[in-house]
Design a protein around this ligand. Structure first.
Ligand code: FAD
Length: 469
């Protein structure tokens, strides 16, 4: 008797939907099963602030999605309107003191000053290098660029910035980009995310018009348009409850894969997955504002034309906060990562209403609301901010795990970006998405190349499956 489906995908995050879209376009029958009532995982947009006010619950900015080879192959540019600000991100040191990293090389060089050439040499390695990093562990197509990217990526970010840059401002700005991955800045490999995201500042750090939901809706449309089906509100707890299928893709954490597959997974592989480490978490605040954040003074121009800001007075604030998180302490003075989507996409809220979000890193599993510390940092740089707040929604790290089982302990990337897991994600293998069980693939961001809304884990899993038969 034949299988009911060629491919089943468990989980409708960007990776699960990309796997489904690749399989559906290859003529395979596809069923996607999602535990929550809506699709999208970490790329959902909701209307929790009210009808017509579109809040990104998790992912908000899409440098890796915009550059993704998977999304390019699936034609997402025709389905998603990317709004690309002139300034990829602004680093705010204090009131009136900010540094904007522009897409335009001439404006970027003038902002980076004495470190313009060093940035070009160290960070701006081109889209080809970014594509190679996103295709990991495939053999690089741009060897000379990757020969520079690779060794630098393995360095601790502290060492890289001291070696590469002369000015403390640029060192701090780069350290914040690298710290997106929630790693101590003296850890080997902590420079890697800075190099990937840094090189993508040239292409741009866009938002998706209408919210991040547009990205996953576009992927779902490809599946449905090719005859696939998506079922929501159905949590898969055991492989026994699945319809029969030729191939099954798990957009879940390694921990959940072990639970769902049970004894079907060889014990040696289970032991390797049990060694997989999850990272720190985030505490995020979404703000409904009467007016945009009142950044003032020198640097305000940059802040007005970007979707992403980082706040840290200096490098010590970033390294201190990340060391605290790694040691299981909530930072007293966190560094803050945030954005104001309505500056770039006014369609997200009615006239006179503005949206902002900001988060900081906290230890894994932390249930504390640290929004006051986040607000204090923004207020330090934008006096009067507090008076503009009309509403706020706080999601703690443990709240993120309740929201999405893949955020183990509030880890937004479903797995620490430590050195071992930069090279072996989730295990050391040329085909890390293939499990030892024939026809079973892990395709979440717990697999190479890791976190972000780029679909590359799902894409690589599906391509492996198509080769397998
Ligand atoms: C607060 C936050 C901010 C972020 N910001 C950004 C950003 O700005 N830019 C960016 O690129 N990335 C960002 N990310 C990371 C990004 O969201 C993730 O890396 C990405 O969504 C991972 O995609 P995925 O498909 O692997 O998993 P997920 O998006 O986590 O999706 C997994 C899906 O599987 C479902 N699922 C899990 N278990 C089961 C089960 N047993 N049965 C059925 N369904 C199941 C879940 O409900 C979920 O819908 C952020 C994440 C968070 C949490």
């Amino acid at each position: 008797m034949g299988n009911e489906w060629d491919a089943i995908v468990i989980g409708s995050g960007p990776n699960g939907l990309t796997a489904g879209a690749v399989m559906a376009r290859a003529g395979r029958s596809v069923l996607v099963i999602e535990s929550e009532d809506t699709i999208g995982g970490g790329s959902r947009t909701d209307e929790a602030f009210g009808t017509g006010i579109r809040r990104d619950v998790c992912a908000a900015v899409h440098p890796t999605g915009y550059a993704s080879p998977a999304f390019a192959e699936l034609g997402l540019a025709d389905r998603v309107e990317w709004l690309v600000p002139e300034v990829s991100f602004a680093h705010i040191f204090s009131r009136g003191d900010a540094l904007g990293v522009y897409r335009d090389p001439v404006r970027r060089a003038s902002e980076l000053g004495d470190d313009a050439r060093a940035w070009r040499r160290t960070v701006a390695l081109g889209t080809g290098a970014a594509h190679d990093a996103l295709r990991m562990p495939a053999f690089p197509r741009h060897l000379p660029r990757m020969a520079r990217f690779g060794p630098q990526a393995l360095m601790p970010v502290d060492a890289l910035v001291r070696w590469a840059f002369r000015t403390e401002r640029v060192r701090t700005a780069f350290a914040a980009v690298a710290a997106h991955a929630i790693r101590p800045s003296d850890a080997l490999g902590s420079a890697a995310p800075g190099l990937l995201l840094g090189t993508l500042t040239e292409a741009g750090w866009p938002v998706a018009a209408g919210g991040s939901q547009s990205v996953v809706d576009a992927l779902a449309a490809i599946i449905l348009g090719n005859g696939g089906r998506i079922e929501t509100g159905r949590r898969v707890r055991s492989a026994r409850e699945l319809p029969t299928a030729g191939q099954v893709f798990f957009d879940v954490s390694p921990r959940a894969l072990v639970q769902i597959m049970g004894e079907r997974l060889p014990s040696r592989y289970v032991r390797r997955l049990e060694r997989f480490e999850y990272g720190g978490g985030v505490c995020k605040v979404d703000f409904l504002l009467r007016e945009p954040i009142p950044w003032s003074g020198a640097g305000a121009e940059e802040l007005l034309s970007t979707a992403t800001f980082h706040i840290a007075r200096d490098r010590a604030q970033i390294s201190g906060a990340e060391a605290d998180v790694a040691a299981g302490r909530v930072p007293d003075r966190p560094w803050v990562l945030g954005g104001e989507p309505t500056r770039v996409d006014p369609s997200r809220a009615p006239a006179g209403t503005h949206l902002a979000w900001a988060y900081c890193h906290v230890p894994a599993g932390c249930g504390s609301d640290v929004s006051d510390r986040i607000v204090a940092e923004i207020e330090r740089c934008a006096p009067g901010f507090t008076d503009t707040i009309e509403g706020r929604i706080v999601t703690t790290a443990s709240g993120y795990e309740d929201y999405n089982a893949n955020c183990v302990g509030g880890d937004i990337n479903c797995g620490a970006a430590n050195l071992r897991q930069l090279l072996a994600r989730p295990v050391l293998s040329a085909r890390p998405h293939r499990t030892p069980v024939p026809g079973v693939y892990l395709c979440s961001s717990a697999t190479a190349p890791g976190g972000g809304v780029h679909g590359m884990s799902g894409y690589r899993a599906a391509k492996t499956a198509l080769r397998d038969g």
